[in-house]
Structure formats: structure tokens, C-alpha cells
Design a protein around this ligand. Structure first.
Ligand code: NAG
Ligand code: NAG
Ligand code: NAG
Ligand code: NAG
Ligand code: NAG
Ligand code: NAG
Ligand code: CU
Length: 235
């Protein structure tokens, strides 16, 4: 009986974990690449509700943001959009790199983001943009968004919130080792975010844990695993 319980608990734990994807994105170049690199890597990926995107401020040096925008207006902060603030990493890099965790709350529409840094030239126009759940080609794809971004000459400096449209963070980037500075700290909820996203924000944890519960209930894999556990326990 104890063995059955242990195996069943393990199976459930494995399943719940398997449903939350974690996606790592390097901000400003990949680890150990030095110099001001204006990119997100990867810059286009898909993530289901509840998945966490861990942005790693790996630029060495770097002074970047992750700021939500729209397909048609790629280098302007979206009203009610998410924002990490700018994270300055000095030359030489730091360890550990600051991280920013963004949880997907609506995977049914593409999510677009850019870096709003202007120094030494607008990073957005240089191609520092990314997409989540965008089509792989044609209208709305990363290439489409990137082409729009490259045609801009400026980028908006507005400060957003942790809570965005379709994705939200619950904390500022961190940790901030000595030499690292966070500029333009986003509010927990921006005034503009209140109308469109407060509902989503307020219900983020409830919704996602609710999801996990309902997925557990309906996911046929759990029955297969439980059945396997039972037969294992009976052996
Ligand atoms: C899965 O994600 C949900 C929502 O983010 C969270 O409440 C839950 O604790 C996560 N489960 C695991 C095993 O990480
Ligand atoms: C980066 O450098 C560190 C220390 O030299 C090393 O441990 C790590 O594997 C390197 N990472 C990559 C992606 O090359
Ligand atoms: C980093 O970016 C912030 C926000 O744009 C700016 O105030 C600051 O001067 C920048 N620092 C460096 C060293 O580029
Ligand atoms: C993800 O969450 C959003 C918002 O609640 C919902 O509209 C969408 O259908 C969900 N996606 C899936 C695959 O359930
Ligand atoms: C993401 O999903 C869209 C459809 O929703 C698909 O067209 C695209 O190829 C997917 N992208 C990746 C990187 O898997
Ligand atoms: C981001 O998530 C990782 C993995 O769960 C965690 O170790 C880290 O402390 C989080 N960082 C922040 C700033 O939320
Ligand atoms: Cu940048």
C-alpha cells in the first residue's frame, strides 16, 4: 500500500510537472558571447497556458528590456502590456544572470515583444524582437513582425506592468548582483493594464492551478500511469 501510494504520488508529480513547459530565452546574446548583441535567442517559440518563459539577461554587456508590443506597432509598448524594465549588465557579465519569469495566460493569440533600449541605437529596429505562439510564416509571423520593426526609426520608452496581455510576470527581474541595475521598474499593474488585464492577472494563479487540476482530471495519461502504478504495486 505504501509503495502504491509512493508510486502514485510520483506519477502525479511527474504529470503535473510535464504539463508546465519551461522555455529559456537568452536576452542579448547567448551565454559567454561578449559584446552588445541585440537579440533574443530563441526569438520565436510556442508556449501553452501556464508555461513559464525564463528570460535570462545573458548579454555581456547588455542593457535590455522585454516589452510587449503589437504586430502593427512593433517598437511601441502596448497599452496594458507586460514589461521587464531595462536590466543593465556591465562588461564582463555577472553571475548568476538576472532572470525574468513570464507565465503564459492566453495561448490563443500571438504575443509580440521587443527591447526598448535606444543606446547606442534602437535595438528594436536592429531586430531585437520576439514572438510567442505566432504562425511560422506569413502575416503575423516573426519575419513579418521583424520586417515591421526594421522599418521603424525610434522606439517607445513607456513603462508597462508585470501583468500583460496573454502573459504576466509576478516579480521583477532578479537577482541583481553587484553592478547590475534595473531601470524603469514596472508596476505590479499599470493603470492602462487595469481595464484589459486585471481580470487575467487577478486570476492567474487560480486559473493556472485550476487548469492543472482540470488537466489532471481529464488527461488520459494519468489513468495510464495510475494503472501502471497499481499493477506495479500489485507485483
Ligand atoms: C504548474 O503551473 C501552475 C501555474 O503556473 C502552478 O500553479 C503549478 O504549481 C505548476 N506545477 C509545477 C509542478 O511546477
Ligand atoms: C560558459 O562559460 C562557463 C565558464 O567558462 C562554462 O562553464 C559554460 O559551459 C559556458 N557556457 C556555454 C553555453 O558555452
Ligand atoms: C541603460 O538603460 C537605461 C534606460 O534606458 C538608461 O537610463 C541607462 O543610462 C543605460 N545605461 C547604460 C550604461 O547604457
Ligand atoms: C488558454 O487560456 C485562455 C484564457 O483563459 C483561453 O482563452 C484559451 O482557450 C486557453 N487555451 C487552451 C488551449 O485551453
Ligand atoms: C506555433 O504554432 C503555430 C500555430 O498555432 C504554428 O503555425 C507554428 O509553426 C508554431 N511555431 C513553432 C515554433 O512551433
Ligand atoms: C524564475 O524561475 C526560476 C525557476 O523556477 C527560479 O529559480 C527563479 O528564482 C525565478 N526568478 C525570478 C526572478 O522570479
Ligand atoms: Cu536590447
Amino acid at each position: 500500500m505504501m509503495r502504491f501510494l509512493a508510486v502514485a504520488c510520483l506519477s502525479i508529480a511527474t504529470l503535473v510537472q510535464a504539463q508546465n513547459q519551461t522555455i529559456q530565452v537568452q536576452v542579448g546574446g547567448t551565454e559567454n558571447e561578449s559584446g552588445g548583441i541585440f537579440q533574443f535567442n530563441p526569438s520565436s517559440f510556442n508556449a501553452t497556458n501556464g508555461s513559464v518563459i525564463t528570460f535570462e539577461f545573458s548579454g555581456n554587456p547588455g542593457n535590455h528590456s522585454i516589452t510587449q508590443s503589437a504586430l502593427s506597432n512593433p517598437c511601441q509598448p502596448l497599452s496594458g502590456g507586460f514589461d521587464s524594465g531595462w536590466v543593465l549588465i556591465p562588461t564582463g557579465g555577472v553571475s548568476p544572470s538576472p532572470l525574468w519569469n513570464l507565465t503564459v495566460t492566453d495561448d490563443s493569440h500571438p504575443i509580440y515583444f521587443f527591447c526598448k533600449q535606444l543606446i547606442p541605437s534602437p535595438h528594436c529596429a536592429a531586430g531585437m524582437v520576439g514572438t510567442i505562439n505566432a504562425p511560422s510564416s506569413g502575416t503575423g509571423s516573426l519575419n513579418d513582425f521583424l520586417n515591421n520593426a526594421k522599418q521603424t526609426t525610434d522606439s517607445g520608452q513607456g513603462i508597462g506592468a508585470l501583468v500583460g496581455q496573454g502573459a504576466s510576470a509576478s516579480a521583477d527581474p532578479g537577482p541583481l548582483p553587484s553592478g547590475v541595475t534595473l531601470f524603469g521598474t514596472p508596476g505590479a499593474t499599470a493603470v492602462s493594464a487595469a481595464s484589459s488585464s486585471t481580470g487575467a492577472a487577478a486570476s492567474t494563479s487560480a486559473t493556472t492551478s485550476g487548469n492543472a487540476a482540470s488537466q489532471m482530471k481529464f488527461d488520459p495519461k494519468i489513468f495510464v500511469l495510475l494503472a501502471a502504478s497499481v499493477s506495479f504495486a500489485l507485483m
